[in-house]
Design a protein around this ligand. Structure first.
Ligand code: DOR
Ligand code: ZN
Length: 354
């Protein structure tokens, strides 16, 4: 049986939600991750240091020792310089998240005219705080499958040209264009890659019937893009690192005839799913750097000192999880996963429905 020992990994992009949902999401995220970067798209969003501190306290109240939530603030049309400086000084905020208004779940408070935020990017550059980007345009006439590539050409390239020292993370990349763009940029520009974009493509979502469990934004693309992402993630290039974008929605919001909510829940088996993806291209030896080193290096924090161990061993994911007072269908629900964490877990995975 093959085993794999890794420094404890970090997740540099996760949605934990709030209130009754936190018990599930924190339990799963904290099972073996060291740090997680918590996305701020609550309703209302986390837009300043004081709301980030109280959100962090709600997370920590449910966290085991050693688990470290890092916070991101949500950029709006009215984010000001003082907020950026206060965020840096707090020592608790690792990034500002740019959501183009209307691009995705809970982005209604997002940014309408990105160029109006250039003075804020200037301050972020001075303060050396990370700009985390949802990279999709929202123009009605741009095809949903092209929205990431158009964003890179029309918006991101210009931000990077104007602010060459700004540290930028293009989140959850989905295309060969995004992978090439990051490869060709300076080491101030990085990307997270999700497990679901490495394991699936749009055929998995659309052929033989639409599968809401796979619907997320940016949307799954063609197989050739999946191949390019696998190549980037397993290339040993330090600009690509782990960010699950695990984003739970109640089953009723996803299996909904009036519109399926975007988001895939992978936090219950994140590193196991990445191990499958890396193993599928024979590059498991690159998983540790992708999962446990490059993200920490980019964010300027030390690697975790302890380890986890994975064993190649099938196990079955529960078909459905309890989620507050409702139900959540996880990625791979009711199906097997080929890798299992066999050491370094803080506690076992909670049963699905109880
Ligand atoms: O699929 C997604 N779900 N993409 C995002 O950008 C947001 C996320 C969510 O919060 O549900
Ligand atoms: Zn996200």
């Amino acid at each position: 049986m093959q085993t794999l020992k890794l420094k404890r990994p970090d997740d540099w992009h996760i949605h934990l939600r709030d209130d009754a949902y936190l018990s599930r999401t924190v339990h799963d995220a904290a099972r073996y991750f060291g740090r997680v970067l918590v996305m701020p798209n609550l309703v209302p969003p986390v837009i300043d240091v004081s709301s980030a501190i109280s959100y962090r306290e709600r997370i920590q109240a449910l966290s085991p020792p050693g688990f470290s939530p890092q916070m991101a603030l949500y950029l709006t049309d009215t984010t000001d310089a003082d907020t950026v400086v206060a965020a840096k000084q707090s020592g608790l905020v690792s990034a500002f998240k740019l959501y183009p208004a209307g691009a995705t779940t809970n982005s209604a408070f997002g940014v309408n005219a990105i160029e109006k935020l250039y003075p804020i990017f200037e301050i972020m550059q001075e303060q050396d705080i990370v700009l985390s980007v949802h990279g999709e345009v929202t123009d009605a006439d741009v095809d949903i499958f092209d929205r990431e590539a158009v964003f890179i050409d029309t918006i991101l390239s210009e931000i990077i040209r104007r602010f060459p020292s700004l540290r930028v993370v293009l989140e959850h990349i989905t295309t060969s264009q995004a992978a090439s763009f990051v490869q060709d940029s300076s080491d101030r520009v990085a990307a997270t890659i999700t497990a679901h974009h490495l394991l699936y493509n749009r055929n998995d979502m659309l052929v033989g019937g639409i599968r809401p469990v796979h619907y997320c934004l940016p949307i799954l693309k063609r197989h050739i893009h999946q191949v390019a992402l696998l190549e980037a993630a397993t290339s040993g290039n330090a600009s690509f690192f782990l960010g699950t974008d695990s984003a739970p929605h109640p089953r009723s919001a996803k299996e909904n005839a009036c519109g399926c909510a975007a988001g895939c829940y992978t936090a219950h088996a994140a590193i196991e799913l990445y191990a499958e993806a890396f193993s599928s291209v024979g590059r498991l030896e690159y998983l540790e750097a992708f999962a446990s080193e490059y993200g920490a290096d980019f964010y300027g924090v030390p690697h975790n000192k302890d380890h986890i161990e994975l064993t190649q061993q099938d196990w079955q994911v529960d078909a459905s999880f309890t989620f507050g007072n409702t139900e959540l269908i996880p990625t791979r629900g009711g199906e097997p996963i080929a890798w299992k964490v066999t050491s370094g877990e803080r506690y076992p995975l909670r049963d699905g429905v109880h």
